[in-house]
Design a protein around this ligand. Sequence first.
Ligand SMILES: [Zn+2]
Length: 326
Amino acid sequence: MSNKPVGSLSIDLDNKWAYLRAAGNADWETASSYLPMATQRIVDLLGELNLPLTVFLVGRDLDDESDVDAIHHFDQLGQWEPANHSLNHLPWMHTMSDSEIQSEIMTTHDRIFSRFGTRPVGFRGPGFSCPTEVLRVLIRNDYSYDASIFPTSMAPVARAVFLARTNLQGEEREKAKKLYGGFDAMRNPNRPFVRQEQVDGQTHRLREIPVSTLPFLRTPIHFSYVTFLATFSVTLAKLYFASALNLCRLTGTAPSLLLHPPDFLGCEDDADMAYFPGMKMSRDAKLSFMRWALSKFANEFNVLTMREQTETLAMAQTATPQPATT
Ligand SMILES: [Zn+2]
């Protein structure tokens, strides 16, 4: 057993259409998929570093045979876990009716089971949106964790940047004004915790594994943000990431780090993606940076899937000595 502190690694496997739709691009539905290229690169790098991965899948892509084949590339990893990232990747679940929320979660749940033979136990809401009804659906369907909380101080900044850059209009623009929450996102813990929810008259527990941010300052430390910093200065980005891992270790924060497919794509790979932050780097520069960052994470932490991390936390809780009764 490893003496290193525990961390976990996940990817939100958002396809190009989700990025184009969020940018208000009218042609998003006919966008080509970058999943075959991205998944192979992810598997090559993670395989080399012997890293496991939790993959948050969007149900819409599970209707497409070539995307499903691309996702099966993850079978080459020593360990991976398919998890649920909603059906249509609409980042405003907090505006949906209960039946829409049920359908967004359960259609993807059923597709994951039929495509990969595994019942997902983890969910992350697109846009880190997690109204109470989401938790109720997860509890009713025996999920063991939610991963929709992003406890960052940058939420209002991220929303302002999103609104300045997108062409979304009308009702969708109004809904986007609530994205990422306000400064109250910071009131959430920056480490795993247990949530309690009333379902059908009973109290149930569900573990929450937030996307880690920098301890104290609560600035983002996920890879899309760090690669964005690297477009300005690779040295600064490396210093920031190394300090973030150090601070996590010093404060006993198990880092749950998040990837996105563009973390493995360079500017020459897909002209449609050139608009997005972090996409100015060349493929070689991006992959070299990611190899450095992921090896550092693998060397310093015992990296698990989020399912394994949840099981480890549950076991630790069970093993905690209870007050003597005799
Ligand atoms: Zn996503």
